[in-house]
Design a protein around this ligand. Structure first.
Ligand code: ZN
Length: 202
């Protein structure tokens, strides 16, 4: 699985920051965690456990400055590594993938879409977490990662399965054509199948 998109090579921690290693002793102003740079400790609150009371002023590479409890920085799994408000940039950072995500949802939900009958009309769904308009794209791109090239679009590993974690990969039109129901049924020499446009088709 591909995670932590917004990191730059300069700020990427080398995967050595575990819950055990990250503590009040190792966190100090200037510490860089993913996209976040610690600016300084904030006066502790009085409620909650140690890691919740202890809070840090942090700056994200997007420019946002915010205060977050230390707990979010050191928890394992899923430590916070960005401000959480710059996720809209994923949409602009991965424009082509965003368009592919949009088309994937349309094929499965919009009966007027030219390819609907091969997808939504056949019961193929996009899982709930990827359907969400607010967070669906972020979840999708975190799972599948960026497309390897302009020739790749999203393919399902099981052609009768849904668009969901574990059943999607990037594939070229040729690779996708070989994975169609028609091709798999006939086991014939490769020929571009009639009746099922590649998934990149709008
Ligand atoms: Zn940010």
């Amino acid at each position: 699985m591909w995670v932590r998109i917004p990191c730059t090579s300069a700020t990427r921690d080398k995967g050595t920051s575990t819950h055990q290693e990250l503590s009040a002793k190792t966190l100090h102003p200037g510490t860089v965690l993913g996209d976040l740079t610690l600016l300084g400790r904030v006066r502790s609150g009085t409620k909650g456990c140690y890691n919740v009371r202890r809070r840090w002023r942090v700056r994200c590479t997007c420019g946002n400055i915010l205060t977050i409890p230390q707990h979010y920085l050191v928890r394992n799994p899923h430590p916070r590594r960005n401000c959480g408000k710059c996720k809209a940039t994923l949409k602009t950072k991965f424009r082509r993938e965003y368009r592919i995500w949009t088309m994937m949802r349309r094929r499965c939900t919009n009966p007027t879409h030219v390819a609907y009958k091969y997808y939504g009309g056949r019961g193929i769904k996009v899982c709930d977490e990827w359907m969400s308009f607010e967070s669906g794209f972020d979840e999708f791109i975190e799972h599948i990662g960026p497309a390897p090239s302009e020739d790749h679009s999203v393919d399902r590993i099981d052609v009768n399965g849904d668009y969901e974690p574990g059943n999607v990969k990037w594939a070229t039109a040729l690779e996708q054509a070989k994975n169609t129901r028609q091709y798999l049924r006939k086991h014939s020499k490769f020929k571009y199948p009639i009746g099922q446009p590649p998934e990149g088709t709008e």
